[in-house]
Design a protein around this ligand. Structure first.
Ligand SMILES: Cc1ncc(COP(=O)(O)O)c(C=O)c1O
Length: 359
């Protein structure tokens, strides 16, 4: 019952096998090796673009290096309030850009709405703040598990570009979003106007591998140097490349993401059958947000279930490429157990007998 995060699981066997298989190779360090070149070709094929790639080991590194490439130290980066770059990266973007300001905008189920971006840009007083609007950063899939369609991205890109800003996407769960959107990597990225994409593999089965994809090579200036200076260039860089080669091989990345998404749908369906449990946001990828009745959170935690308890009172269950039916069934059995035991006990005001339980 390990639903705390999609990072609680290890490495997908197919990726681990490739890491082991490549272990005996002796290769040039710092990315001057054949596996890195092969990965660069793979990225170009998958995205149907003459893009440039930068591989790193963490999502925070990917996001902060990506934004440092498109936002100067006196720049402003517009993002959704509570997004990972704003709330969970320890100021890495501000640090790596040398001081750019994150301007946060209230999201709608985690997504940035075009009209709110327009309003924030109109509101921004460049003269008084001495902050030049430089970039818009959105998260795909969003922190609340919702997915931007290619059309929604195109609308945001058009506003960003129309105002002289670049569009960055934090794609820690990009494969999950792609699997949900059911389109091609190109349609969901550069063809919709994305300039730079942080493409995560770690949450979807890699050991630790993230890529920054620059769809315009002009934006790459100084990025490799910054990666080195910040200590994020791996000397055995080939192992990052191997993970992506295995990730893309035979569509593995989409298979892994589809599994994670399908398990979330399964869990959502089962949770939604209890009248006392409210599903909070649309479930589109591998994240399920719910409000639980009084006592259930503690009951589940005491029974060994792990999930994220949010400050807003909701809980988040994250499924992954490795989530089994048995894990979901065990969680549901623990929920049934809670309601069974409550039938004869005092009932809290928000308690309802679930439809599935005969009275
Ligand atoms: C939306 C989002 N972006 C980026 C990251 C990457 O973070 P890390 O630096 O831990 O790899 C995460 C991880 O939780 C995330 O949820």
């Amino acid at each position: 019952m390990k639903f705390y995060s999609d990072n609680v699981t290890g490495c997908a066997p197919e990726i681990l096998e490739q890491l082991v298989a490549s272990n005996s190779l002796k290769a040039m360090p710092y990315g001057a090796d054949e596996l890195t070149s092969a990965a660069e070709v793979a990225f170009r094929q998958v995205f149907e673009s003459d893009l440039e790639t930068l591989l790193v080991a963490t999502g925070t590194a990917a996001n902060s290096l990506a934004l440092a490439a498109i936002a100067p130290s006196h720049g402003a980066v517009f993002c959704v309030r509570g997004s990972h770059i704003e709330a969970s990266e320890g100021g890495a973007v501000e640090f790596m850009t040398g001081g750019a300001k994150l301007v946060s905008i209230e999201g709608d189920a985690g997504k940035l709405l075009p009209e709110r971006l327009e309003a924030a840009l109109a509101d921004h007083d460049e003269g008084a703040s001495f902050r030049k609007p430089a970039a818009v950063s959105i998260t795909q899939a969003s922190e609340l598990g919702t997915v931007y369609s290619a059309g929604e991205i195109a609308a945001l890109a058009s506003i960003a570009h129309g105002n002289g800003l670049k569009l960055h996407v934090d794609g820690a769960r990009w494969a999950n979003a792609l699997a949900c959107a059911g389109t091609t990597p190109a349609e969901l990225s550069w063809r919709a106007g994305v300039d730079v994409l942080s493409l995560g593999a770690t949450k979807n089965g890699a050991l630790a591998a993230e890529a920054v994809l620059f769809f315009d090579s002009q934006l790459m200036q100084g990025v490799r140097e910054r990666r080195k200076r910040s200590g994020m260039l791996l000397s055995k860089h080939r192992f990052l490349a191997v993970q992506f080669l295995a990730f893309f091989n035979s569509g593995l990345w989409l298979d892994l993401a589809r599994h994670a998404n399908a398990q979330a749908q399964k869990l959502r369906g089962k949770l939604a059958a209890y009248p006392a449990i409210a599903i909070v946001h649309p479930v589109e990828v591998n994240l399920v947000f719910a409000r639980l009745p009084t006592g259930l959170t503690e009951h589940l935690a005491q029974g060994g279930a792990e999930f994220h308890q949010r400050k807003d009172g909701a809980v988040r269950f994250a499924t992954s490429f490795a989530t089994t039916d048995a894990e979901i069934d065990a969680l549901i059995a623990a929920i049934d157990d809670f309601f069974e035991s409550r039938k004869t006990n005092d009932r809290p005001a928000d308690f309802h007998i679930p439809r599935s339980t005969p009275i």
